[in-house]
Design a protein around this ligand. Structure first.
Ligand code: XMP
Length: 512
């Protein structure tokens, strides 16, 4: 295991990604609880992250001294380098030249960390982003590479296996960064790269068995990848002690609930309850137009329906959730105060306390792409694993203005045609998420010889890595024309189609 001490950098998660990609397990621990994390994980190596803080500020974070006392290899990145220097007897000063972006390193000395990656005298692109910089290095260290603005860009104390860099090896703009990190964990720390999904699967199944014993587990299956993979893993561990409940709120895509149920029935022999609660949801949503009100109604009803179904089953001791690692990592904040709520996200939060259940969260240690690999391990078809994300409140938040059954039906048809065209054009996998939105606006058109006065449909498609930021997808106009013509011809109630060219920020991916 590698321990990553997080000082609050925006890119700490990328350090974890790079370590995991090298086949080594790691965890991120906020600096405030790094002592405890160190004792719990018993790591074989430590990486210190970057930070928006300055070591020159009073009370700025430090690495626990037990890390340096342990004799383990340590890799300090950016702020990590600065705090190593501050703590081990070097000097940090506020930089007159703040450095952001591309820089070039010159290798000045051989170093065990460069093995098979960099050689003496060679020059390499790296990514810098720092204000302060090291101006004197602690005893035992020597400079192994420099950049024009950073005479201490890469320093090493090979005897103690301490390495420290001013740049960010974890980002893609440092092309050799991943190899340097892999060298640190394999060659310097001597950790074998045998962390694999099949090993994880066996370990997770074991842990679920221990946690659950002979008790009952229920799982809300949404049809998304995360809840599906969690359910399959738990099913492998405890078989029929697991019951999955799919609450169909009538806000799913065309044939969605049917397809998900069929996929599970065909490939897996698990208890799956398909509850059609669409009348209840749509009954309460009818006429509601405020986005937050819609979200709250859906969240509440979901909990109510799920709770009722669980009671019918005689209750359960455990609730399964597809929580992922990014949701678990405690964020290190220097700004303080709660962040603004943009949208109240729909999940099954609140249920465990209400129903007095414990949580089973077998994906807590995984990133999204690792969940996909695990899903493949568990035999989920690629077409299922690669599906676009779909929000819990479903079509309700793609129907701005008052909700009605009729509008939902129109939207469902338009959305199905749009996605069909995307698949036919072979664009599905290049797009992060695509969907239709039905606007509460009617416009005049002419069809045949008659006047029409019908709704406008907006098409949305974005590319993104994590849904946090997104760019609109650049279709060619031919494609958009084809999709629009089909929607207008085939869907009664729509006579105009527009394309949304807003990125996130300033827009969000969904319209509500
Ligand atoms: P926004 O619209 O906030 O969406 O840019 C970012 C991503 O989150 C999805 N999304 C949700 N997912 N429950 C979910 O499970 C929700 O309430 C919810 N709202 C938005 C959205 O589809 C996009 O992938």
């Amino acid at each position: 295991t590698v321990l990553i001490v997080d000082f609050g950098s925006q890119v700490t998660q990328l350090i974890a990604r790079r370590v995991r990609e090298s086949g080594v397990y790691c965890e991120i621990v906020p600096f405030q609880s790094a002592d405890e994390g160190f004792q719990r994980l018993k790591p074989k190596a430590v990486i210190l992250s970057g930070s928006p803080a300055s070591t020159l500020d009073i009370g700025s974070p430090r690495a626990p001294s037990m890390i340096f006392d342990s004799g383990l290899p340590v890799f300090g990145i950016c702020y990590g380098q600065q705090t190593m220097c501050a703590q081990l007897g070097g000097k940090v000063e506020s930089g007159h030249h703040r450095e952001f972006g591309r820089a070039f390193l010159e290798v000045e000395k051989d170093c065990a960390l460069f093995d098979g990656v960099w050689s003496l005298g060679s020059r390499h692109q790296v990514w810098m982003s720092h204000g302060d910089r090291v101006t004197a290095i602690p005893e035992g260290f020597e400079v192994v590479a420099t950049s024009a603005n950073a005479p201490f860009a890469f320093i090493a104390d090979e005897k103690r296996k301490y390495y420290a860099v001013q740049f960010h090896p974890e980002v893609v703009h440092t092309p050799d960064g991943a190899k340097l990190i892999a060298n640190f964990v394999h060659k310097i720390a001597g950790i074998k790269g045998d962390w694999s999904m099949s090993a994880y699967r066996a370990k997770a199944v074991d842990a679920i068995r221990k946690q659950v014993g002979d008790k009952k587990v229920i799982c809300a299956l949404s049809g998304g990848v995360d809840s599906s993979v969690a359910a399959l893993l738990i099913h492998e561990a405890v078989g029929d002690q697991l019951t999955c409940i799919l609450v169909d709120h009538g806000l799913m895509r065309k044939d969605e609930a049917k397809n998900v149920v069929a996929m599970f029935e065909e490939h897996y022999n698990l208890h799956l309850l398909h509850v059609d609660a669409s009348d209840r949801f749509i009954g309460e949503l009818e006429g509601q137009s405020d986005p937050e009100t819609k979200r709250k109604i859906i969240g509440r009803l979901f909990i109510e329906v799920f709770e009722e179904e669980a009671k019918k089953l005689g209750g359960a001791d455990f609730l399964a959730q597809g929580t992922l690692y990014p949701d678990v990592i405690e964020s290190v904040s220097f700004t303080g105060g709660p962040s603004v709520t943009i949208k109240s996200h729909h999940n099954v939060g609140g249920l465990p306390e209400r129903m007095n259940m414990q949580l089973v969260e077998p994906l807590r240690e995984l990133f999204k792409d690792e969940v996909r690999v695990l899903g493949r391990e568990l035999g989920l078809p690629d077409s299922f694993i690669g599906r676009h994300p779909f929000p819990g409140p479903g079509l309700a938040i793609r129907c701005p203005g008052g909700i009605s059954r009729e509008k939902l039906e129109i939207l469902r048809e338009a959305d199905a045609i749009y996605l069909d065209e995307i698949r036919k054009a072979g664009l599905y996998d290049a797009i992060w998420q695509a969907f239709a939105v039905l606007l509460p606006v009617q416009t005049v058109g002419v069809m045949g010889d008659g006047r029409t006065y019908e709704f406008v449909c907006a098409l949305r498609a974005v590319t993104s890595v994590d849904g946090m930021t997104a760019d609109f997808y650049h279709y060619d106009m031919e494609f958009l024309g084809r999709a629009a013509t089909r929607i207008i011809n085939e869907v009664r109630g729509i006579n105009r189609v527009v394309y949304d060219v807003t990125s996130k920020p300033p827009g969000t991916i969904e319209w509500e």
